[in-house]
Ligand binder design. Structure first.
Ligand code: ADP
Length: 260
């Protein structure tokens, strides 16, 4: 990976975007997209004067159409740039806007790379201050390509605390460190469950994530509890930060946004 990052064309900013923040995870299903979507909404909420964009680069399993309730096909500008779809005040772009919702995407690596190229260079972002980039699970071609082509503020890693998830997160983190991408920190998702009756917070897995962050010398940015309200709002296409802005869950994402 180190060899691949060297000697390549210079990183070029995205037109219309000031800062680019990646959201990545080692494993799938740990809540990376949920975090990316809510982080975007939370950034907008804590800094209302800033313009926030959300770019979903997961070609095989795009989440933004569902989570942001956006299903139209983007219009084009006169010079063939795709105009982001907007909901909840966030400019959004996703490969999911360009392919049929119900058909499987069967693409070879090269097709994925040319699709990614379009998502990076042919979107008419409108004065975006923070672009949150949701990435596919794991660390693969898409990540390498993003790192090689874009100037990045840094990456937020999302993990659940199970040993298996933490282990893959460690490998991902080492890759980002080797490629000189600043790790903004780690979000621990779904470690705790709060009892709806007595409000006791139960920790499910223990301290795997803390061991990882101290080993890597990076911050544990935020703990996001496992909460049915998060799943429900996500499935309804409205991030909890927007749906229940005064909830403790929304506050947790806003605290995260202040640290990013
Ligand atoms: P990933 O992007 O890592 O594959 P997702 O963000 O798609 O993961 O989340 C996977 C599932 O877990 C979704 O159904 C989502 O609603 C749910 N989920 C994510 N985070 C939480 C949470 N903190 N509490 C409850 N459900 C969550």
């Amino acid at each position: 990976a180190q060899l691949m990052a060297r000697g390549l064309p210079k990183q070029k900013p995205i037109t219309g975007v000031k800062q680019i923040i990646l959201v990545a995870s080692g494993k799938g299903g740990v809540g990376k997209s949920t975090t990316a979507v809510n982080l975007s909404a939370a950034l907008k909420s804590v800094e209302p004067n800033k313009i926030v964009g959300l770019l979903d680069t997961d070609v095989y399993g795009p989440s933004v159409p569902l989570m942001m309730n956006l299903h139209e096909t983007p219009l084009l500008t006169r010079d063939n740039m795709m105009i982001p779809l907007v909901n909840y005040g966030l400019q959004c772009m996703s490969m999911g806007f360009l392919v049929d919702d119900r058909s499987p995407v069967i693409w070879r690596g090269l097709m994925v790379m040319s699709a990614l190229e379009k998502l990076l260079r042919q979107v008419a972002w409108d004065a975006v201050d923070y672009l949150v980039v949701d990435t596919p699970p794991g660390t693969g071609d898409t990540h390498l390509s993003l790192i090689q082509n874009l100037p990045l503020e840094g990456v937020v890693l999302v993990t659940t605390p199970q040993a298996a998830a933490v282990e893959v997160t460690r490998r991902g983190a080492v890759m980002f460190q080797r490629l000189k991408v600043p790790i903004i920190g780690v979000v621990q998702n779904m470690n705790t469950v709060v009892c709806p009756k007595c409000h006791h917070s139960l920790s499910l897995y223990g301290h795997g994530t803390e061991a990882l962050t101290s080993e890597l010398g990076v911050d544990l940015l935020q703990d996001i509890p496992m909460d049915p309200a998060i799943t429900e709002t996500t499935d309804q296409g409205k991030p909890i930060v927007v749906a229940l802005p005064n909830s403790s869950q929304a506050e947790a994402y806003k605290t995260l946004a202040r640290k990013v």
